[in-house]
Design a protein around this ligand. Structure first.
Ligand code: PXP
Length: 253
């Protein structure tokens, strides 16, 4: 079997979080995006939240205009965000759930229950030629709902797995990992393209890179945090190397 290359999408939201702590323009997420691309990122991800707590509208417009790799625009399935996506025409949109009170995207979409809200958004984006993915948990019902909605791509939420790993809750981490593995297999067998993200660091990215069905990882918080110590370019290169080590294990005996 020919294993597809594993792409790295660098999420620059938290460069904007640091900028917004003081207002103004520094540090600039677009500069970070260009640096990440120069260091080996295959694409850039940015989440425009309803409250604009990190990425702002002008960041999205500048990312689209200034970067020379695919832009993955994360958004809630609302009329406001759909209009912005249709105007911006990013390479891809990842639909995520959004709650005002959450610190980060806490869980996946409920693609089963939110079918009525998601269907017209998926349709409009696809019609505009934008690759649509749904950020979901690995439960079979969610994966089947993504197929039903006509989304060509899913991004599996790795947050609970990563939290359990970091907190040494081994049994839970193993259970989450089995779910992710089974989910990736099922989604692939149903013809979906499989991405993964949330909470990934060098170790978890290396582990998940060994799943041949997963073709893209989207990683933000760890990369931006680690750049404080190592610089963004080095951090992206280390991450790329970790992913390549994991990928090399796909065919290892
Ligand atoms: N993928 C999706 C859909 C997300 O919402 C996020 C967080 O914004 C990420 C990936 C990246 O997660 P993290 O910042 O924890 O690496």
């Amino acid at each position: 079997m020919n294993t597809p290359r594993l792409r790295l999408g660098v999420n620059v939201d938290h460069v904007a979080t640091i900028r917004n702590a003081r207002g103004g323009r520094h540090p600039d997420p677009v500069r970070a995006a260009k640096l990440a691309i120069a260091a080996g990122a295959d694409g850039i991800t940015a989440h425009l939240r309803e409250d604009r707590r990190h990425i702002r509208d002008d960041d999205i417009a500048r990312l689209k205009a200034e970067i020379d790799k695919p832009l993955n625009f994360e958004m809630a399935a609302t009329p406001e965000m759909t209009a912005i996506a249709l105007k911006t025409q990013p390479h891809a949109v990842c639909l995520v759930p959004e709650k005002r009170t959450e610190r980060t995207t806490e869980g996946g979409l409920d693609a089963v229950k939110q079918r009525a809200q998601l269907a017209p958004v998926v349709h409009a984006l696809k019609h505009a030629g934008i690759r649509v993915s749904l950020f979901i948990g690995a439960a079979p019902a969610q994966i089947e709902a993504a197929v039903d909605l006509g989304a060509p791509v899913i991004e599996l939420h790795t947050g609970s797995w990563c939290d359990a790993l970091i907190e040494n809750r081994t049994a839970e981490a193993n259970a989450e990992w089995q779910m992710i593995r089974a989910g990736a297999l099922l989604a692939d067998s149903l013809g979906l393209e499989v991405h993964a993200g949330h909470g990934l660091d060098y170790a978890s990215a290396e582990t998940i890179a060994a799943l041949p069905q997963v073709v893209e990882l989207n990683i933000g918080h760890f990369l931006v945090g680690e750049s404080v110590f190592e610089g963004l370019a080095e951090t992206v290169k280390f991450m790329r190397a970790a992913m390549d080590r994991g990928r090399a294990r796909v065919h290892a005996p």
